[in-house]
Design a protein around this ligand. Structure first.
Ligand code: 5GP
Length: 194
């Protein structure tokens, strides 16, 4: 997706060889015009799939999933990272290891919102080692629902998330695929599709 790649090249800050910061348009301030184009692109790439719900994880996935849902006309569920008294007691849970935070956390979705009838498109901001995505895949499958696909805004191909997702037999669509961040340079893969 050219618009997204241009935005990354113009605004992303390369933190080190493995991490980029995109706070100016995705992870802190949000560029809604860009989100809208992202939503349209996800709809185009998953046009052949029957989808009943979008699932993401708080916090950064929510904005993207909400705007995208306007094209899919389905509800958005966001997995919660913190337990709370107002969260239903009956939840599907999964443990996720975050390499950016170097710690594990649980994500939870109330059992009320996923059923075996659902075909779920999972959406997230980044794909790195695939842990967040695998956590959400587990929750969907624990509910007896089907994973219709995984839509990612920025994939870092030099980490191994893609391989894990493809092994699960899931359609993965990443709108920008970064091959390398070495020496502060952002190098994209030529074709941002599977
Ligand atoms: P994974 O679980 O695939 O290893 O990492 C994905 C999650 O970690 C994403 O939800 C995202 O929040 C965070 N993440 C991973 N790599 C980066 C990165 O380079 N930059 C930012 N901003 N977030 C990242």
């Amino acid at each position: 997706m050219e618009l997204l790649k241009r935005k990354i090249l113009n605004e992303a800050v390369v933190v080190d060889d493995r991490v980029i910061k995109v706070d100016s348009f995705l992870n802190h301030q949000m560029d809604i015009e860009l989100f809208n184009e992202i939503g349209k692109e996800f709809k185009k790439r998953f046009a052949k799939k029957e989808i009943t719900k979008l699932l993401t994880v708080e916090a950064s996935g929510i904005g993207i999933a909400v705007i995208s849902a306007q094209y899919f006309h389905v509800p958005v569920i966001f997995a919660k990272k913190h337990d709370a008294v107002n969260l239903d007691r009956e939840t599907f849970q999964s443990e996720v290891y975050s390499f950016t935070k170097s710690k594990s956390y649980n994500i939870r979705v109330a059992k009320n919102y996923l059923s075996p009838k659902d075909k779920v498109l999972i959406i997230d901001d980044f794909l790195a080692n695939g842990n967040a995505a695998l956590g959400m895949i587990k929750i969907v499958r624990d509910a007896g629902a089907e994973v219709a696909g995984l839509g990612i805004v920025i994939e870092k191909r030099f980490q191994n998330g893609r391989d894990k997702i493809i092994m699960e037999g899931i359609q993965l669509e990443s709108l920008a695929i970064i091959e390398s961040l070495k020496n502060g340079d952002i190098i994209f893969q030529d074709s941002a599709t599977n």
